[in-house]
Design a protein around this ligand. Structure first.
Ligand code: GMT
Length: 379
């Protein structure tokens, strides 16, 4: 009994009270932040989400998960509602009321600056903050002239900085001339939740999941389907929504493919959808990592992706998936056709994909890296 009590006491010290901020809508950074929060809560940490809406995958019924909404009052004088300031106030308030040990913000702008303000407002004790950079916060927003200085400043002021790939780490340190330590903590997947289908689906199904922004090149998925259908009676599922959905729907009609493409819109429980497919298409212009590809790999669904950004850190070409040049429809279609027509090849790549997810990117491997980072910044 005494031993149990001692062990509990020892563990108690390691539990943290953490505030997490992310973009709550569909998008990789919000998904990673939400999954991370839920994994931390399952491990005994107290997790407080601070955001303008309930993050899309967040299950608030999970013990030790709390959600604090940020309300932005809009006065006629404000041409732009000052979300960053409302967020900073809420962060400082939640930190004081719940005794937070640290803040962890996902996506630099404006979350990192809000965290810095909250830290400065919390004068009576230390409130360190960790910033995780996800991709477009550096490659698009951060490189925009109007945001460059503030992005650089927010990185320099963070008590801990992580990026989700080595590619993004290098891009960040080179472009912003950052000399402080930037730790790579890759995206992760819960391999108990994301499981292969048993048996494999009967129809040849291609799947694309994204927020349909131009960087995702969703039209390429339609063009790939057109090529694939010259050899295989395949269909394409398009999950998600965003600015390029309409143009993609029109393209499907123009190419005579309307009956073979299904636009599913925003989907919950993506772990139930992925195993119904055979191949994941990720034809992005840029991908700092490629979370959708990892989730597919955990379900033993091979990805056909593009050789861009950090994708090659995840996918080993010809071993657990394929990476082909951006915009090369012929090469990407050829890979999808190979997978759909060669059962032995398919089994080999699908098995290797699941193994990569399990051995390198499952939650049990990655979450402890964040926990270690928290211990370090709390000091
Ligand atoms: O572009 C997106 O899909 C959303 C974006 C974001 O910042 O929310 O995703 C980025 O973060 C994901 C999770 O860390 C990465 O897996 C994606 O590769 C990355 N997207 C880009 O770099 C375009």
């Amino acid at each position: 009994m005494e031993r149990v009590r001692k062990r509990r006491r020892r563990w108690r010290i390691e539990f943290v009270k953490i505030g997490i901020t992310c973009y709550p809508t569909y998008g990789g950074s919000g998904i990673v932040a939400t999954e991370l929060g839920m994994e931390l809560a399952a491990r005994g940490h107290d997790v407080h989400f601070i955001s303008y809406a309930n993050p899309i995958r967040l299950d608030t019924a999970i013990p030790r998960i709390h959600y604090h909404e940020v309300e932005v009052s809009n006065y006629p004088l404000f041409h732009y509602p000052p979300y960053c300031l409302a967020l900073a106030s809420r962060m400082a308030e939640v930190a004081a009321v719940y005794g937070l040990d640290l803040l962890h913000v996902h996506y630099a702008i404006p979350h990192s600056i809000a965290a810095l303000l909250a830290k400065q407002m919390t004068a009576n004790r230390r409130l360190p903050f960790v910033t995780t950079l996800h991709g477009t916060d550096i490659t698009l927003v951060g490189m925009d002239r109007s945001y460059f200085p503030i992005t650089k400043f927010s990185i320099e002021q963070s008590d801990g900085i992580t990026t989700i790939s080595e590619y993004l780490r290098k891009k960040t340190t080179d472009f912003f001339g950052i000399s402080k330590d930037v730790e790579v903590i890759h995206n992760f997947v819960n391999c108990d939740l994301y499981q292969p289908a048993e048996p494999r689906p009967k129809r040849a199904t291609l799947l694309h999941i994204s927020n349909f922004r131009p960087v995702k090149r969703v039209a390429d998925c339609i063009r790939i389907l057109k090529e694939v259908r010259k050899h295989v009676d395949a269909r394409l599922l398009m999950a998600g929504d965003g600015p390029d959905r309409g143009p993609a729907e029109s393209l499907a009609c123009d190419l005579g493919l309307a009956g073979h493409v299904e636009f599913l819109g925003k989907r919950d429980h993506i772990e139930r959808l992925i195993p119904t497919a055979d191949v994941l298409l990720l034809p992005s212009e840029m991908e700092a990592f490629g979370l959708a590809a990892l989730e597919a790999m955990a379900c033993a669904v091979p990805p056909v992706a593009t050789r861009t950004g950090g994708v090659s850190e995840l996918i080993t070409h010809g071993v657990d998936g394929y990476v082909e040049p951006v915009g090369d429809i012929t090469a990407q279609s050829a890979r999808a056709i190979e997978l759909l027509t060669d059962d032995r090849l398919y089994a080999r790549i699908a098995t290797a994909a699941r193994k990569t997810a399990e051995t390198r990117y499952c939650t049990s491997k990655i979450i402890p890296l964040y926990e270690r980072m928290y211990t370090r910044v709390i000091g």
